[in-house]
Design a binder for this molecule. Structure first.
Ligand SMILES: CCCCCCCCCCCCCCCC(=O)OC/C=C(C)/C=C/C=C(C)/C=C/C1=C(C)CCCC1(C)C
Ligand SMILES: [Fe+2]
Length: 522
């Protein structure tokens, strides 16, 4: 599952360049045969504006949110994109005029692009993901601001108006009835630091906005009094929430002062705890109740959970880990990503290394004597051992490991197998942080499949189930690929999820930048 390609021509630099939005959809050229069940839209978010006037943004996550849409109807495909008209975007466009003024000497990535809320400035630049709440769709980042969209920007919503939270992740779990669960930092407001799980109910019979009925269902305590960890996603089984508290910490003082110091960047708010390792917490879902088991493991970075499920008194937690305590975002400066290939490789040599891992958490950890492995699931080498101090030490099973070859931005057949003992995971392959292939992993046998083409840069692979299918991998993978040297450089690629063979592609004669996350809207 490692990359077959080197990228000496540096074509990947183009996916970190500014593009313009469109005024109307572009028709795409289709090759192959689009499956008849693909009738809907592929929606994706990412950065689209990487500078303001002559002043550049510096970090991958600073670019202004651009929403992409491929529409599928009767085998015909169109492509459309629009910047989300957030306050951050409007201010960037205003600054664009200002930067031509000689009085404007120093551009501040962070301070200038954050909007005020209750005395603290927080960004609404929703470049990370899009997901449904009730009958609406929201473009999101990781702060308290989410933006209602239908490609056009509809309205900005502040989650602080409804729940005690300082941000929510871009990775909620959504149940079959539309109930949304999410997690976010809760920085005090009279209480200790914590992480709150919130629940947004599904579409309401009385047509009211479900967001108004959002509730905190359970709270995880913070390992450190003044330094919460950065949280990007969480796990959810039938009956439990799983929260991995990594050593990447938000330094609160720096966080609060960052807004008032010119030249400060949100990357300055993070620091790594080199000693604490990783704490894994669980909580019961119905009713919400924190369970004070002290699961501990070695330091790791974590952005994306793959899947979590219960099996015979255990919780199985599969995730895309990054070894060690260093923050991977420190390697995602645009200067690093736009560097020449040899330098890109050199940077990735010293960065944390990726690994797909399985952890198993015993739900009854006190039944065995100290020092014995508590995990008795027959299909995994994972261990959990009670120690004298009452902590339970976890050792993972490695499901996939390739130095500097990440299996990241993972997806599963969420509809059929989320929260279940599943077999297949799909992901974007990162070659020294450059996205250059689509991967599939059988988490039981560790068998792998790859789709890859020279000088082509795909994005997160979304799984869409064949409605007539029975197997977990009866369906297609949809991804947006950018091939900068091609005549039609952007295309939506549809792969057979069984073996990652190509079914169809819909190409447009326009360049596109990188996208992070998105969804298929039937
Ligand atoms: C698609 C390919 C990209 C190419 C390179 C990728 C390399 C990736 C390597 C690891 C995986 C990383 C996954 C990251 C995925 C993602 O989508 O990240 C986007 C995250 C963003 C934009 C985060 C923004 C966070 C903000 C604004 C946080 C604000 C906050 C604080 C700084 C402290 C207090 C809380 C609050 C307000 C949330
Ligand atoms: Fe993410």
């Amino acid at each position: 599952m490692v990359s077959r390609f080197e990228h000496p021509a540096g074509g990947y630099k183009k996916i970190f360049e500014t593009v313009e939005e469109l005024n109307e959809p572009l028709p795409a050229t289709v090759t192959g045969c689009i499956p008849s069940f693909i009738k809907g839209s592929l929606l994706r978010l990412g950065p689209g504006l990487f500078e303001v006037g002559s002043e550049p943004f510096y970090h991958l996550f600073d670019g202004q949110a651009l929403m992409h849409k491929f529409d599928f109807s009767n085998g015909q495909v169109t492509y459309f994109r629009k910047f989300v008209k957030t306050d951050a975007y409007v201010r960037a466009m205003t600054e664009k005029v200002l930067t031509s003024s000689p009085a404007f000497s120093h551009f501040v990535t962070f301070g200038r692009f954050f909007t005020y809320f209750k005395g603290v400035e927080v960004t609404d630049n929703c470049l990370v993901n899009v997901y449904p709440i009730g009958e609406d769709f929201y473009a999101v980042t990781e702060t308290n601001f989410i933006t209602k969209v239908n490609v056009e920007t509809l309205k900005k919503v502040d989650m602080c108006d409804y729940v005690n939270i300082n941000g929510v992740t871009a990775h909620p779990h959504i149940e079959k009835d539309g109930t949304v669960y999410n997690i976010g930092n809760c920085m005090g407001k009279g209480a200790a630091l914590a992480y709150n799980i919130i629940r947004i109910p599904p579409k309401q019979k009385d047509k009211s906005d479900p967001i108004e009925k959002s509730k905190v269902v359970v709270q995880f305590p913070s390992a450190e009094r003044f330094k919460p960890s950065y949280v990007h996603s969480f796990g959810m089984t039938e009956n439990y929430f799983v929260f991995v508290e990594t050593p990447v910490k938000i330094h609160l003082l720096k966080f609060l002062s960052a807004w008032s110091i010119r030249g400060s960047n949100y990357m300055d708010c993070f620091e790594s705890d080199e000693e604490k390792g990783t704490w894994i917490h669980i909580a019961r879902k119905h009713p919400g109740e924190y369970i004070d088991y002290k699961f501990r493991t070695a330091a790791m970075g974590l952005f994306h959970h793959i899947n979590c499920y219960e099996d015979s008194g255990f919780i199985v937690v599969d995730l895309c880990a990054w070894k060690g305590f260093e923050f991977v975002y420190n390697y995602l400066w645009l200067a690093n990503l736009r560097a020449n290939w040899e330098e890109v490789k050199r940077n990735a040599m010293i960065a944390p290394q990726p690994e797909v891992r399985r952890y198993v958490l015993p739900l009854d950890p006190y039944r065995e004597e100290q020092g014995k492995n508590l995990v008795s699931l027959p299909y995994t080498t994972t261990t959990a051992t009670m120690r004298a101090d009452g902590t339970i030490w976890l050792e993972p099973e490695v499901l996939f490991s390739g130095p500097r070859q990440a299996f990241e931005f993972p997806q599963i057949n969420y509809k059929m197998n989320n929260r279940k003992n599943y077999t297949y995971a799909y992901a974007l392959g990162l070659n020294h942080f450059i996205p250059d292939r689509i991967c599939k992993l059988n988490v039981r046998t560790k068998e792998t499949w790859v789709w890859q083409e020279p000088d082509s840069y795909p994005s997160e692979p979304l799984f869409v189930q064949n409605p007539d299918g029975v197997d977990e991998d009866d369906g297609v993978i949809m991804t947006i690929v950018v091939s900068p040297g091609a005549q039609r450089p952007t295309f939506c690629l549809i792969l057979n999820a069984k073996d990652l063979s190509e079914i169809a592609r819909a190409e447009v004669d326009i360049m596109s930048p990188v996208t992070f996350h998105g969804m298929y809207k039937p």
